[in-house]
Design a binder for this molecule. Structure first.
Ligand code: PMP
Length: 416
């Protein structure tokens, strides 16, 4: 056998959002603007520690907590609260068919879901929205190399809206039993376009008919509407439509299960703490014990057990009624600020006569705007105007404020 020399390995490019941040940090231009990374920024375009989170930090500091290992599945008190946040108190308290594990943020949840599916569900295909968060592709390539990645139509550039017919037709015609479909629960990244409630119901019907295994990716709960419950509507609806007792008589038409990957990075501003959860939902007439044991084994091999701090913060906030109300207000503030800069950017573009219809900027929801700018225009924005955004035209809106919006709008008009 030939000895492999790892020194010969080619250098790989950094993922675009990280490369952009590095380039932005190196840029000495005083009016540079970072619209690349999907992180919330306050009115001064600075990182924002949520006041509710700051208060929880102080509480924990005063409690003189220890630093012992957590169980492999994570902090059970955190998991109870995270489950309630996602499913609402009613489903969460009565659902024995939901198994939850703490994960290394939303990315870890996606990765664990992909690993589990590859080993235990053995789907032929995983259907991924076109476009999507770029890491979905990498995660499935690494964790599930034998599963074929297929794109389903999602964004329609002509209407700048959802291509629901194309999406459903692709799933109807190409998906096989046990195939996986990844759905963004709310505030779709990168398009900012979510299905309406009626459209979600149609998607759920196809999922049920085709017995697809849904992996819901929920990274922006609260960012779409400013209300965490409203943003979890699709997940709760799928739960009710696919996994409740009343369906047991028609069990043959129910998928084997569904995952929800929950990130608490954005809605708690805990980006670097890497806190999230993976929830597995299975039909109530089947047993969760085996699947849970397999998930636990995968976690054991990968991280042994998850980390403490983020779990403690989230639990401290959600377990205290007053602090929880403050956190809800913090989420509302973040969502509202992004909505406000949407309107600002649109009106500024219109005011200076930038060519085209900019109404989509205000109609899209969540952290991003899928601007419709071309790769060449994005590149020009960066090279000539020091404005950084993803080459697919995705703009992270929290990098805008009243001070820089006119500069950005002027630069956009310039590159059109
Ligand atoms: N899913 C989507 C769609 C995302 O946009 C992100 C963050 N960019 C994640 C998952 C993962 O977030 P994190 O690992 O930081 O919690």
């Amino acid at each position: 056998m030939t000895l492999r020399n790892v020194g010969d390995l080619p250098v790989l490019p950094l993922p675009e959002s990280f490369a952009l941040t590095a380039a932005y940090n190196d840029d000495q231009f005083p009016n540079k603007v970072n619209l690349g990374q999907g992180v919330y920024r306050d009115n001064n375009c600075q990182p924002w520690v949520l006041p509710s989170v700051r208060e929880a930090e102080e509480t924990l500091h005063n409690q003189q907590v220890n630093h012992e290992y957590l169980p492999i599945a994570g902090d059970s008190k955190f998991l109870t609260k995270a489950r309630q946040l996602l499913f609402g108190p009613q489903i969460a308290s009565s659902a024995e068919n939901i198994s939850s594990l703490q994960t290394v943020a939303g990315t870890g949840a996606n990765h664990l879901a992909a690993l589990f599916c590859a080993r235990n569900l053995c789907p032929k295909n995983v259907f991924i929205s076109d476009p999507t968060w770029d890491n979905h592709h990498l995660i499935w390539e690494m964790a599930a190399p034998n599963v074929t990645q297929r794109l389903y139509p999602y964004y329609d550039p002509t209407t700048r809206g959802l291509n629901l017919d194309g999406m459903l037709a692709e799933l109807e015609s190409s998906a096989e039993d046990n195939d996986v479909v990844i759905l963004h629960a709310c505030a779709h990244n990168p398009t900012g376009i979510d299905p309406t409630r009626e459209q979600w119901k149609k998607i759920a019907q196809v999922v049920r008919r085709k017995k697809l295994f849904v992996v819901f990716d929920c990274a922006y709960q609260g960012f779409a509407s400013g209300n965490a419950d409203a943003d979890a509507w699709a997940i709760r609806e799928f739960y009710s439509m696919l996994f409740t007792e009343e369906l047991s008589s028609s069990s043959s038409s129910t998928p084997a299960g569904m995952f929800v990957c929950q990130s608490l990075s954005k809605n708690f501003g805990l980006y670097g703490e890497r806190i999230g959860a993976l929830h597995l939902i299975i039909p109530p007439w089947t047993s969760p014990e085996g699947a849970k044991a397999h998930l636990v084994q995968l976690v054991r091999a990968e991280i042994s057990c998850p980390s403490l701090f983020g779990a403690r913060i989230v639990h401290t906030v959600l377990d205290d009624a007053e602090l929880c109300t403050k956190w809800q207000e913090d989420v509302r503030i973040m969502a509202l600020r992004i909505k406000t800069v949407r309107a600002l950017l649109k009106s500024e573009l219109e005011k200076i006569g930038a060519r085209g219809d900019w109404s989509h900027i205000e109609q899209q929801i969540g952290m991003f705007s899928f601007t419709g700018l071309s790769i060449a225009q994005v590149q020009e924005l960066r090279e000539r105007h020091h404005i950084y955004m993803l080459s697919n035209g995705r703009m992270s809106l929290s990098g805008l404020n009243e001070t820089n919006v006119a500069y950005v709008a002027g630069a956009i008009r310039d590159v059109l």
